[in-house]
Structures are given as structure tokens and as C-alpha cells.
Design a protein around this ligand. Structure first.
Ligand code: NDP
Length: 308
């Protein structure tokens, strides 16, 4: 049962909801300029295969937010039994469609679909999640490509605490292509000394304790404990885990990969779950869509009239 009188956190709580709202507002202003000056409406196509409830919620939220900032969102819902060839055909049609600027294939895909093959045939110039090997290669070699939205969001949240990351020790727990690896690359680009740890790492807690910046992207509820955290560290919790329902009327509490109550007593700043990384992922996805629309239509990215 949740503690009804938890000790108040001493860490700064990084407000992902507020920061994401500012990013979306900026995207909306720049989208409006694109429409007025170039008659261009950025269009995001989202391919959802199957009926995974979590994926349906994410896709619904993405298309809702896209509409709110003045973009077009095109939902392509495919049956859970869709064949590999059918999914490939849909992606190829979207690749060829000049009115579609950005394509997102919602993961995970059903077991009969080989995700790698689908990602490989995505047009890298429309690959809004930055998963195509051209984009991962560009990121790794420090060049300009498409960076996945969650890592971009994490970096923005870290920079809301401190702009100067040079020389800091960063530890990323998790090495997925979508989250862990690109976050590590972004932090390396910021001149952090980066260690990536994973399920085979020995002495995980000891390594985490060295981190000035600790990013947890594991998918294990509250795995990172308070005594794994260096006092004053910036802690970014990417995990979204739903606990078992406690009572008849409860859906089950959402928690991250970090034990928030413990960590918030030690860290200098920490993201909550929910209202931390989640909203930033969608805001950065829209930012990526805007950038791809400009690039694919050959027009300059509008400046935000309200930017400092
Ligand atoms: P993956 O399952 O693809 O990767 C998990 C990583 O964690 C793997 O590298 C795995 O290691 C590592 N890992 C698993 N168990 C342990 C362990 N006991 N100790 C150390 N490392 C471990 O997950 P994702 O990267 O896609 O997602 C991670 C979490 O982030 C999930 O909770 C997901 O729901 C959430 N998420 C949140 C988003 C948001 O917007 N907030 C967006 C995307 C994801 P190994 O490689 O060795 O197997």
C-alpha cells in the first residue's frame, strides 16, 4: 500500500508536463508560420499493428497532440494478424506519399512481423523515431539525423537543471535501440563520460552510485534504489510500469524504474512518473515531425517568434 505520509522530497522535481507544454506551444507557433508562409501542414502517419492496449493509448495521445499543434495525423490501424508483406506495403506507400512528412511505426509489433525489416524499409528522411540505421549511424558519428524522441526529451529535462554537462559522469541503465543507446550517444555528444549498463552488468549499484546523471530505462518497477544514487545527482526515470491493482477499483499504480520516494531524498533533481519523461516524448516527437516537414518540403525551419 502507498505510504500516506511520505517524507517530502528534498530533490527538485523536474516538471515534465510544464516543460513539454512549452515545447508544444513553440511547435504550434512555428507550425502556424509554416501554414501561413508556405501553405505547408506537417503530417505524421502512425502505423499501429494489432490491439495492444498500451500502444493504442500512446497512439491516441500522439495523434491528439499532433492535432492540437495544428499538424495532420494519419492513423493507419492494421489487424493483429497482418502479414509482414502487408505492413511493408503500407510503409512503402507512406514513403512514396508526398503529403506525409513523418512516419512512426508503433512498437512492439506482433510476433509474426520482423520489426527490423520494417524499420529498414522506412525512408530515413521520414523516420520520425530515428530508428533507421542511417539515423542511428548519423547520431553515433555526431552528425545531423533524426534523434529518437524519448532521448531528446531526456536531454531537455537534464538541461532544465543544468546547461553545462561537460565532464559529468553519466550512467545509462538500459541499452535498447529506442532509448538507452541514443541517450548514451546524446550525453557523449554533450561531453559527459558515459557508462551504459544492462542486464549482464556486474555491481550495477556501485556503478550507478558514481553517476552525476543517472538515466534509468529498464522496464523494471522501482529497481533503482535510493542508496544507488550519488547525493545531488540528476535522475531521469524513463520507465513506465503498472503495478498490480491493490483494490477492486484501482487500475494499478504507475511507477518508474526508480524508487521515487527513496531517490527523491538523495538526488539533486529527479523526474516523477508519470509527468516526467512521458509528456516530453510526445512533445519531442512533434518537434521531430516539424523538422522533417521542413526538410522534406525544402523550406527553412521557422523561428519561434516568442523564443528568447
Ligand atoms: P527494453 O526492454 O527494450 O530494454 C530494457 C533494457 O534494460 C535492456 O537493455 C536490458 O538489458 C536492461 N535491463 C533489463 N533488466 C535489467 C536489470 N535487471 N538490470 C539492468 N538492466 C536491465 O526497454 P525500452 O528501452 O524500450 O524501455 C525501457 C523502459 O522505458 C520501459 O519501462 C518502457 O515502458 C519505458 N519507455 C518510456 C517511454 C516514455 O516516453 N517515458 C518511451 C519508451 C520507453 P539487456 O539489453 O541486457 O537485455
Amino acid at each position: 500500500m502507498a505510504d500516506e505520509n511520505p517524507t517530502p522530497p528534498t530533490a527538485k522535481i523536474i516538471d515534465g508536463t510544464a516543460i513539454a507544454a512549452r515545447v508544444r506551444a513553440s511547435v504550434a507557433r512555428r507550425t502556424a508560420i509554416l501554414k501561413t508562409e508556405f501553405d505547408l501542414t506537417p503530417t505524421l502517419a502512425v502505423v499501429l499493428v494489432g490491439d495492444d492496449p498500451a500502444s493504442q493509448i500512446y497512439v491516441g495521445m500522439k495523434t491528439k497532440r499532433a492535432a492540437e499543434v495544428g499538424m495532420k495525423a494519419r492513423d493507419i490501424d492494421m489487424s493483429a494478424s497482418a502479414a509482414q508483406g502487408q505492413v511493408i506495403e503500407v510503409v512503402e506507400q507512406l514513403n512514396a506519399d508526398k503529403d506525409v512528412h513523418a512516419i512512426l511505426v508503433q512498437l512492439p509489433l506482433p510476433p509474426q512481423i520482423k520489426a527490423e525489416e520494417v524499420i529498414d524499409i522506412l525512408d530515413p528522411a521520414k523516420d520520425v523515431d530515428g530508428l533507421h540505421i542511417i539515423n542511428t549511424g548519423l547520431l553515433t558519428s555526431g552528425r545531423v539525423g533524426v534523434v529518437p524522441a524519448t532521448p531528446l526529451g531526456c536531454l531537455a529535462l537534464i538541461k532544465s537543471v543544468t546547461q553545462d554537462l561537460e565532464g559529468l559522469d553519466a550512467v545509462v541503465v538500459g541499452r535498447s535501440n529506442l532509448v538507452g543507446k541514443p541517450i548514451a550517444q546524446l550525453l557523449l555528444r554533450e561531453h559527459c563520460s558515459v557508462t551504459t549498463v544492462h542486464s549482464r552488468t556486474r555491481n550495477l549499484d556501485e556503478i550507478c552510485r558514481r553517476a552525476d546523471i543517472l538515466v534509468a530505462a529498464v522496464g523494471r518497477p522501482e529497481m533503482v534504489r535510493g542508496d544507488w544514487i550519488k547525493p545531488g545527482a540528476i535522475v531521469i526515470d524513463v520507465g513506465i510500469n503498472r503495478l498490480e491493482p491493490q483494490g477492486a477499483d484501482e487500475k494499478g499504480r504507475l511507477v518508474g524504474d526508480v524508487n521515487f520516494a527513496e531517490a527523491a531524498q538523495v538526488a539533486g533533481a529527479i523526474t516523477p512518473v508519470p509527468k516526467g519523461v512521458g509528456p516530453m516524448t510526445i512533445a519531442c516527437l512533434l518537434q521531430n515531425t516539424l523538422a522533417l516537414a521542413c526538410r522534406n518540403a525544402g523550406v527553412p525551419m521557422p523561428k519561434d517568434p516568442e523564443a528568447a
